[in-house]
Design a protein. Structure first.
Length: 216
């Protein structure tokens, strides 16, 4: 089977403007944190990509790319159970080929998911140059503004200062950062979520994406 672990076509609202998104979760090698025995709370690797003979990223991409034209997709999100710029997890050379193909499509943005420590400025610059004028986003799981909740409970091993440094780097490169936040687990209430969003929007972020799953 050459399909990715999961893909979906979603309606997303960016500041109230409805658009279409293709989200692809690739089957990859485990991330470096998983190999060190430090997997995050909710890690999906064992569920989605544990098999040994996984198809290449390009094979997985080829199996779903026809949806871009079919559904008039404007945003493509490339995800994995880990970090796609972690060299142990995925092939950057395959990403280059994939981005060259995506650059031919009439899309507005491409998101690459990863951890803060695997943000590679040279790799991102190369992908950005290939994709021009398509907007590049880097997706990172902050999960909570509280270091204790993020690292003791969720086992993220990401400090707030490292996240803020990532925001500075992406800003310098002229790309956006898509920040994932968790809601509904112990320690993250509706009140604390509002506080997080207020703080992030005031200092660091410029919009909120609302995802509405499209039933097919």
């Amino acid at each position: 089977m050459k399909k990715p672990a999961y893909f979906s076509i979603d309606n997303i609202h960016i500041d109230g403007n409805p658009q279409k998104r293709l989200m692809v979760v690739f089957r990859t090698n485990p991330c470096s944190k998983y190999l060190e025995g430090k997997k995050c709370f909710g890690c999906g690797y064992e569920k989605h990509a544990l098999e040994k003979n996984k198809p290449s990223l390009l094979e997985q991409y080829e199996s779903v790319k026809n949806n871009i034209k079919k559904h008039n997709i404007k945003h493509v999100d490339l995800l994995s159970s880990g970090s796609l710029l972690d060299g142990k997890q995925a092939s950057f050379e395959e990403f280059v080929v994939m981005f060259r193909d995506l650059a031919k499509e009439s899309i507005d943005s491409i998101l690459v998911e990863g951890r803060a420590e695997y943000f590679d400025e040279e790799k991102i610059k190369k992908l950005k140059d290939i994709a021009k004028p398509i907007k590049i986003e880097y997706g990172v799981g902050l999960e909570s503004w509280d270091n204790r909740i993020r690292n003791d409970l969720i086992k993220k091993e990401l400090n707030k200062k490292d996240y803020i440094e990532l925001l500075k780097k992406t800003k310098q490169l002229g790309i956006s950062t898509c920040t994932y936040l968790l809601y509904g687990i112990p320690g993250i209430s509706k009140k604390s979520m509002k506080k997080i969003l207020f703080c992030l929007l005031k200092k660091y972020l410029n919009c909120i994406k609302k995802i509405i799953r499209e039933e097919e």
